[in-house]
Design a protein around this ligand. Structure first.
Ligand code: ADE
Length: 270
């Protein structure tokens, strides 16, 4: 009799939390996924064609494609454009699924003179270039006062191992001369201005500008998830940026996807 009640107590202790979590719509996935996040269709359509998608879940209008790609369990999702959508998509994903790492793939504007359209930039550091104080003397990104963190910008750092893997994959796919690694500057602006590009290089040592990377980085830091950001250049963020983006956006999106595929192959062979 005593033995039976002990077994009953153990069963209750095991099953009640599981049941409660399921009822609450909690995170009860068994698999650990590599999440591939992008901003636009042309940045993931190549991956979706290559993947075996088992199901699609929708949270707040954002679709999460769940399946297998290069034998790896993956979630592929398009967040939409800009920092808010990127952060919302990433945190909703973390709350619902077991994600072990995040790879952001997409396109960007190039900054350096020696970069060319369709070159690849792998982030070693990210920042929000539009986050700071608008003072009487103009915009101040980082006041230099460590106590004024909420007023000034800060840097976010991708996972070193995942970033090294992304770099290796990029070199293999597009060749070393077409791959750069360095700072990526994120902001809620499509940059089409040579003078602003010069500022991004001079003030932040940036190699590329885009509209989501640092937002995903903030959320990954909050949830303590390793992440990497890989970007192919669709334009040089100058006065010709819109035309270049129209001409090369799809191709650049596909280039970046091919690097993600190579990364997944490496992850499978680790
Ligand atoms: N994504 C692609 N090109 C870009 C640019 N010039 N500015 C911001 N995001 C971009």
């Amino acid at each position: 009799m005593k033995c039976k009640s002990v077994i009953a107590a153990i069963l209750v202790a095991i099953f009640i939390p599981v049941l409660l979590s399921a009822c609450a719509g909690g995170n009860n996935e068994a698999k650990e996924y590599t999440a591939i996040v992008s901003a636009m269709d042309n940045e993931i359509e190549h991956l979706l064609k290559e993947a075996d998608i088992e199901r699609v879940e929708t949270i707040a209008g954002t679709q999460y494609h769940i399946g297998t790609l290069r034998k790896q369990p993956v979630i592929i999702t398009k967040a939409g454009i800009g920092k808010v959508r990127a952060a919302s998509c990433t945190s909703a994903m973390f709350n619902k699924f077991q994600v072990s790492r995040v790879v952001f793939t997409g396109i960007a504007g190039g900054i350096r003179d020696d970069e060319h359209v369709l070159d690849q930039v792998i982030a070693t550091r990210l920042l929000q270039h539009d986050y700071g104080t608008m003072s009487n003397d103009g915009f101040i990104w980082n006041s230099g006062d460590p106590g004024a963190g909420y007023n000034g910008g800060e840097f976010y750092y991708p996972d070193k191992e995942l970033t090294a893997l992304a770099y290796k994959a990029a070199v293999e796919v597009v060749g070393k001369e077409h791959v750069f690694k360095g700072t990526i500057a994120t902001g809620d602006q499509f940059v089409a201005s040579q003078s602003y590009v010069d500022k991004l290089e001079k003030e932040y040592d940036a190699f590329a500008c885009e509209m989501e990377g640092a937002a995903v980085a903030v959320v990954c830091e909050q949830y303590e998830k390793p992440f990497a950001v890989i970007r192919a250049l669709s334009d040089k963020a100058d006065g010709k940026a819109h035309d270049s983006y129209t001409d090369f956006g799809d191709k650049a999106g596909e280039h970046s996807s091919r690097i993600v595929l190579k990364m997944l192959e490496y992850l499978g062979s680790e």
